[in-house]
Design a binder for this molecule. Structure first.
Ligand code: IPD
Ligand code: CA
Ligand code: CA
Length: 282
């Protein structure tokens, strides 16, 4: 991972932000479960494969409102409404400088699962400092699991330290992947890589939430995750959780992965070079 030197006090500021954000989780859980039972209101986005529900919107509005009132100097980038300037910039009479922090939010990761009442979905909130992920929190409401990490301070699940697996052979590795909504445009690449993985690894899974995939690699359930065309909000939190748990993530050029890159290959480190070769062979 790129070694960055965070200015004095910055780690504390990131911890503090995540601590405060944790306070909102019970309310978000309540919203998601209430609408799950009563009011999905499914709509289509880029295509009929790409869904959005009332819960995506309400979760996002609740998070944004909460963050803007607590951190008016922070930037926000969220899936359904895009970029938001810090509140302090919108009110010129307030003489406060914006911060270097951007909250990168997926208010409901796993919308298709949610719409089918499959409990594998999450809320993913990453904190970028000058565009580098330095803090992240992924919450799985159904399991009540909170994954959290701050740069150089380790990764945690429900306040217990987590680590990637020690698996060091592809044939003993369990892999997780996902398929983008524009999957038909890259169907040959997707199927040939899938075949490669099936031929060389123990098994392959698709959970339907990329943030969850990264957390489950971070805690050693899966040994690697690969996926094309993820968006920054899918990975901003998961990537720092994975790295702080000892994992490694690269892009299609084999360089360190940054949220927004077109291919993510995230592994437990031990199988990294073999696995990257397997995925990039196509
Ligand atoms: C999706 C999930 C899924 C991944 C898709 C994402 P959404 O996010 O993370 O696992 O395969 O590419 O778009 O739409 O449920 O927030
Ligand atoms: Ca997502
Ligand atoms: Ca989403």
């Amino acid at each position: 991972m790129t070694n960055i030197v965070l200015p004095f006090n910055l780690k504390e500021q990131i911890h503090q932000r995540l601590d405060i954000f944790e306070g909102l989780l019970p309310e978000l859980k309540r919203i998601l479960f209430e609408l799950w039972e009563e009011d999905l209101e499914i709509q289509f986005k880029s295509s009929e494969l790409d869904l959005v529900t009332k819960a995506d919107h309400l979760s996002e509005q609740t998070i944004i409102h909460f963050l803007q009132s607590r951190f008016p100097m922070d930037h926000i980038l969220s899936e359904e409404t895009g970029k938001k300037e810090p509140i302090v910039k919108q009110i010129p009479s307030i003489n406060l400088e914006p911060s270097e922090f951007t909250w990168c939010i997926d208010p409901l990761d796993g919308t298709v699962n949610y719409s089918h009442h499959i409990p594998l979905f999450s809320i993913s909130v990453g904190i970028l400092y000058n565009e580098i992920p330095v803090g992240g929190l992924v919450y799985l409401p159904y399991f009540n699991d909170i994954y959290r990490a701050v740069y150089n301070d380790g990764a945690y699940k429900n306040h217990k330290r987590i680590h990637v697996s020690e698996t060091n052979e592809l044939k003993k590795s369990l892999i997780v992947t996902g398929f983008p909504y524009n999957r038909l445009e890259i169907i040959d690449r997707l199927t040939s890589t899938f075949k490669n993985v099936l031929e060389h690894c123990r098994g392959i899974r698709r959970t339907g939430s990329a943030a969850l995939d990264l957390c489950w690699v971070a805690e050693g359930r899966f040994d690697a995750h690969y996926e094309w065309n993820l968006s920054p909000w899918d990975t901003a939190a998961g990537i720092i959780i994975l790295k702080e748990a000892g994992g490694i993530a690269v892009n299609e050029r084999g360089e360190e992965y940054k949220p927004g890159d077109s291919l993510l290959i995230a592994t437990n480190r031990n199988i990294h070079s073999e696995f990257v070769k397997l995925i990039l062979e196509n």
